[in-house]
Design a protein around this ligand. Structure first.
Ligand code: ATP
Ligand code: MG
Length: 567
């Protein structure tokens, strides 16, 4: 490609709204442009990189026998009503009506559509297994689109779905897909961790997330320094709890005028937050519930939801809190309230703690579980935190930020039951198909690659996803020798199948060098003053390693670089 003809509007400065490096660099390198909040156009350079990522995904999916399909973006509401997600999905689902006033949505994910397709086509066990995927646009009306392609509303996703005869076969497929994902992200040049994850609105029995390690990641991942345990913080289990040896003291009411939060109460009573118990009131499937966690712990609503096995869990509104406690918000406690109490495991071992007295401006001291109130369910309902131990081996844990680039779920029969996707087994008996689903955010993966591969001058593309592998940079095209040689090299390299970006612009060498670094093409060939001696310069973007070689050794040198990499 000749730079002079290439639609690549590079920028000196990124627009101020770009908060993270990958977003800034993708704008500056002319890869993407924003149309509206969370909605982007891909320009040629950006699309070329996207296609490289897609092709790695495609190759690895095809290798494990997955077959590519393309499913509709616009989906009828009926299907979503059948699965129950029309109501449950919430505002991320963009709903629209056609000219006949029929309700539709833009697909945020495709479990419904694919299960619907398969239920009509699969009859017997002979038609299974099936593993289908697509690389297509998704729409999710995210509440806070940000960070460019990292979290947008319209984005490209690879989504795959597997259909097996039973759990055992489904788990085998899951394993194969998991390994394919490891190869995909390895080939993309990402440093990543695979973690146990929550199943969220997609549902299902278990899942893993593929997390690119990065400080700008929105997720926190926890992994053990000692064993293989790794989990999303949402999911990470807490197993270490201590039992206090203290003797029970008589309960006592104290006046705490206006002191409501843990910070206020601890400083007023001059105690540590680990002496306090927070009482949080919820409506679980509409019924009131008190959840208790220690003052220095944070409640984890996904764990609570899972423990309760309920459909919905919402914080109780102030009027309900007042009705239950008979006090202002901020003074709820477990003693004397007449609703179901669920407590974190840590509470079991606590003695003489402080909590609200269900009376405005009062707290109780020396509360003891069992003696002063009854807990219906004890469980792990809090977030793990620094200092907690590995739930698997008791080892020390490490906390890092991660970008979720991929997610695999074992769905089980959730969607096949809802949509009645069945097959006839060997005995002619009707069985539900066992499903799995597998997503990769293509744009987010590219953004994560840039996040992990850049310096102060710009992007440093790994060869595997670089839009071009070679940047041909003649420093002065007015010099006929340079011009002729550049044209010759360009032609020859293209004939040999190398993808070359030829900077044939009539601009200063400084601008060319800057753009070359910004765009981050792995190999730069510079034609300058050495040409008089029959020599050219080859520079690797990543290491900065520069070699002056005779012109006739160019191809051999390139072959070596492609063989051994650009590190
Ligand atoms: P998140 O927790 O980040 O919102 P998710 O759990 O909703 O992600 P999935 O439904 O598992 O995501 O979607 C599969 C993949 O699609 C994710 O792993 C991620 O890489 C990508 N993805 C999800 N939402 C977005 C988005 N708003 N913008 C870009 N990529 C996204
Ligand atoms: Mg999401």
């Amino acid at each position: 490609m000749r730079f002079s003809k290439f639609f690549i509007p590079t920028l000196k400065e990124a627009p101020s709204e770009a908060e993270i490096t990958s977003h800034r660099l993708m704008l500056r390198a002319g890869m993407i442009r924003k149309l509206s909040s969370g909605i982007y156009s891909y320009l040629p350079l950006g699309l070329m990189a996207i296609r490289k990522v897609e092709n790695i995904i495609r190759e690895e999916m095809n290798r494990v026998g997955a077959q590519e399909v393309l499913l509709p973006l616009v989906q009828p509401a009926e299907l979503w009503k059948t699965s129950g997600r029309w109501h449950r999905y919430g505002k991320e689902l963009l709903r629209l009506k056609d000219r006949h006033n029929r309700e539709h949505c833009l697909g945020p994910t495709h479990e419904e559509v694919i299960t619907n397709l398969v239920r009509y086509e699969v009859r017997s066990y002979r038609d299974l297994p099936l593993n289908l995927y697509q690389i297509h646009t998704k729409f999710r009306d995210e509440i806070r689109p940000r960070f460019g392609l990292m979290r947008c509303r319209e984005f490209i996703m690879k989504d795959g779905y597997s259909f097996d005869i039973d759990d055992e076969a489904a788990e085998e497929t899951y394993k194969i897909m998991y390994e394919a994902y490891e190869r995909i992200f390895d080939r993309c040049g990402l440093v990543f961790r695979v973690v146990e994850a929550e199943t969220g609105t997609i549902g299902g029995s278990f899942s893993h997330e593929f997390m690119a390690v990065s400080d700008v990641g929105e997720d926190t991942i926890v992994y053990c320094k000692n064993c293989s345990y790794a989990a999303n913080i949402e999911r990470a289990e807490v197993k270490n709890y201590s039992i206090s040896e203290e003797k029970q003291r008589p309960i006592k009411e104290v006046y705490t005028p206006g002191y409501k939060t843990v910070e206020e109460v601890t400083s007023f009573l001059n105690v540590g937050p680990e002496r306090i118990v927070k009482t949080i009131l919820y409506l679980s499937d509409g019924k009131p519930l008190a959840a208790l966690v220690r003052g220095d712990h944070e409640i984890n609503e996904s764990k609570l939801l899972r423990l309760l096995g309920c459909e919905s869990l919402n914080l109780a509104p102030p009027d309900v809190i007042k009705e239950i406690t008979g006090a202002d918000v901020g003074f709820a406690g477990p003693v004397g309230i007449n609703i179901k109490i669920v407590a974190d495991n840590a509470i079991k071992g606590m003695r003489n703690f402080i909590s609200g007295a269900n009376r405005t401006d009062y707290h109780f001291m020396n509360i003891n579980p069992g003696r002063d109130f009854k807990v219906e369910i004890f469980g792990d309902i809090r977030f793990i935190k620094e200092g907690d131990l590995c739930p698997k081996c008791g080892g020390e844990l490490e906390f890092k930020r991660g970008i979720e680039v991929g997610h695999v779920f074992k769905l089980g029969t959730k969607y096949s039951k809802a949509l009645r996707a069945t097959y006839l087994d060997k005995r002619g008996k009707e069985q539900y198909i066992v499903m799995g689903c597998y997503g990769i955010g293509v744009g987010r993966t590219l953004a994560a690659i840039i996040e992990q591969n850049h310096d102060e001058h710009g992007i440093i593309f790994p060869l595997s996803v670089a839009p071009f592998s070679i940047y041909l940079l003649p420093i002065d095209l007015k010099d006929p020798e340079i011009l002729n040689t550049a044209e010759k090299i360009y032609k020859k390299l293209r004939e040999r199948g190398f993808d070359v970006l030829y900077d044939d612009r009539d601009v200063s060498p400084g601008i060319k060098f800057k753009d070359a670094d910004l765009i981050g093409i792995p190999i730069r060939i510079t034609l300058g003053r050495y040409l008089k001696e029959g020599k050219i310069e080859i520079r690797l973007r990543r290491s900065g390693e520069t070699r002056i070689i005779p012109l006739n050794e160019l191809e051999l040198t390139l072959e070596k670089i492609f063989k051994y990499g650009t590190h």
